[in-house]
Design a protein around this ligand. Structure first.
Ligand code: SF4
Length: 352
């Protein structure tokens, strides 16, 4: 079976692979960037982020030297901003520990911030042709189906069984080609819902197909419970300036900028006195309140109210007053960015 799978995968890949920029030039820096971006999004959307990053930062040294806020701005819209911060940190690790040359040893790649075993295997196999089997969500599904693994793939024992099988399947003569074929096969042919097994070159050896288990695999444990959060954003205006603060790094949107925020356990509109006390500001006038925008993240639903308020200039040290005209230069969470696309920032009226 192992030989059949390797050969059929290679043949299938030769016919069906997509042309992608990190494949045509698989330098380690580009492979790393692509893998980090693709952990966040699908290939079609990730492509434009990849192109933006390599145009702006064509080398690892340019990425390392860039201000973190600029990187966060470029990353805006992808979510999980800790990944962007890790990119910056790891680029500096390469500059300082590896003399600016992306490491080729698997253990050294694994030592870069934000790089786990999956990404390290992808870089060392695709960029350096080392026989490290990559196991991402697509590969997990392919292997679980080929070998009819009906245990939950969320469990560590199942994952290590799948990793062992991936290692056994690894084509040691063509590691880069083999891993890319596996990943692409999962992305395009052995898709999560209704794969077309009729045209699959591995249908004769696929055990899930033989046992009629394809739609059941991969089995996953129930997802963790979603969490609802309630954000009250105050667009505190002082002349042609607006108050901004920077988020800490221990929560969603770490390091991004936002309007002064009060988070509590309800979406009920807050009275001005409560806002003044919570944010240490003095409100002259509430201009408009727009309520209850829902923003869906992977494990959280954010409900937000936006209060447009005129304040006097005395504000808390944690807040900065920035010119409205400069607001677009700050990396903002997608929730705020979208709100500003649809609303006049001063009056709060909906744009037409
Ligand atoms: S036969 Fe169907 S389930 Fe099995 S590997 Fe092919 S596409 Fe996937």
């Amino acid at each position: 079976m192992v030989k059949v799978v390797r050969k059929e995968l290679r043949n299938w890949y030769a016919l069906h692979q997509r042309t992608l920029p990190w494949r045509s030039h698989p330098e380690p820096y580009r492979v790393w960037l692509s893998e980090v971006i693709l952990q966040q999004t699908r290939v079609d959307q990730g492509l434009s982020y990849f192109n933006k990053f390599v145009e702006t930062y064509p080398t690892i040294s340019t990425l390392a030297a860039a201000p973190l806020d600029d990187i966060l701005k470029l990353w805006q819209g992808l979510g999980y901003y800790s990944r962007a911060r890790n990119l910056h940190f790891a680029a500096n690790q390469v500059m300082e520990k590896h003399q600016g040359i992306f490491p080729s040893r698997y253990e050294d790649i694994l030592g870069l911030k934000g790089v786990g075993s999956y990404t390290a295997a992808a870089i060392s196999s695709i960029a350096y042709n080392q026989p490290k089997a990559v196991v991402d969500g697509n590969v997990t599904r392919v292997i679980a189906r080929l070998f009819d693994i009906t245990a939950s793939v969320n469990q560590s024992t199942t994952l290590s069984q799948i990793q062992d099988l991936a290692d056994a399947l690894m084509d040691r003569e063509h590691p880069s080609l083999h891993n890319q074929s596996m990943m692409e096969f999962g992305a395009l042919q052995c898709v999560p819902k209704n794969p077309n097994c009729e045209v699959c070159p591995m249908s004769d050896v696929c055990q899930a197909r033989e046992k009629n288990h394809v739609s059941l695999i991969p089995l996953k444990d129930k997802k963790t419970k979603r969490r609802s959060r309630y954000f009250h954003y105050v667009l505190a205006q002082y002349g042609d300036k607006i108050a901004l603060s920077q988020r800490g790094t221990d929560d969603i949107w770490g390091g991004l900028f936002e309007f002064p925020l009060i988070e509590n356990d309800s979406i009920d509109v807050l009275p001005p006195l409560h806002i003044e006390k919570a944010l240490s500001i003095s409100i002259k006038r509430i201009v408009k309140i727009n309520s209850e925008r829902k923003h869906v993240l992977s494990h959280q639903d954010i409900f937000a109210n936006f209060y447009h308020a005129e304040i006097d200039g005395a504000i808390d040290d944690k807040l900065n007053l920035v010119a409205w005209a400069d607001l677009h230069t700050f990396a903002l969470p997608r929730l705020i960015d979208r709100y500003l696309e649809n609303h006049d920032p001063i009056s709060g009226e909906k744009r037409h």
